[in-house]
Write a protein that binds this ligand. Structure first.
Ligand code: ZN
Length: 203
């Protein structure tokens, strides 16, 4: 029996920083502000995963997030968290210049192969040519899209700009899109400045 998962009314709780989709997905493991070292898994339940898919649905190829939501089953959750954890493993390897775990790469590549994607050249609403990706409305097409984003980001020129945020307690990754950007978000920049101030004035 297929049970339709209701997205959590409180939302996923994950940050939305406008990062490439795979990086945004990796950031579903994040610090909770206002707590000391508290970390939060936005994929802790199928309901919060569903909320994340609703929040980021517009970033997926047409129809893909809806298909994922319609086909989402509680027993699929480990598959989703495994891809997120693999993405974070690869991110950690990229930012530290080390070789990622072979299992993490295999998880990304298996997810990418789960649903076929076809690039198409179409006219947009303003009559301009635009490239879109058409994916089967397959329940796993969203996982495949996340994995494809990971392959694109970590296997391409953006990998050199991937950073781990150095904000106090922050575990997020971001693509440094301009040279003065030092943190995932202005909030982390402020927290880092405050922490440095207290460090200097200690004792
Ligand atoms: Zn941060």
């Amino acid at each position: 029996m297929t049970v339709t998962i209701t997205p959590a009314a409180t939302g996923s709780g994950a940050p939305a920083l406008g990062e490439p989709l795979a990086v945004e997905y990796g950031n579903t493991w994040h610090a909770v502000r206002g707590t000391r070292g508290g970390l939060h898994d936005a994929l802790a339940t199928p309901e919060t995963l569903a909320a994340w898919l609703v929040e980021h649905g517009g970033r997926f190829p047409e129809g893909v997030a809806d298909a994922a939501l319609a086909g989402l089953r509680a027993e699929d959750l480990p598959r989703w968290t495994a891809l997120r954890d693999a993405i974070r493993t690869v991110e950690q390897a990229v930012v530290t210049g080390t070789a990622p775990d072979a299992d993490a790469l295999a998880t990304v590549n298996t997810a990418a192969a789960a649903a076929p994607r076809v690039p198409r050249l179409v006219l947009d609403a303003d009559g301009r040519l635009t490239a879109v990706e058409v994916a089967d409305p397959h329940p796993h097409a969203a996982l495949a899209a996340l994995a494809a984003s990971a392959i694109d980001v970590f296997g391409g020129p953006q990998a050199a700009a991937l950073r781990a945020c150095e904000g106090p307690g922050c575990v997020l990754f971001y693509v440094r899109n301009h040279p003065r950007r030092g943190w995932c978000s202005p909030g982390c920049g402020n927290r880092a400045r405050v922490a440095r101030y207290h460090e200097r004035h200690k004792g």
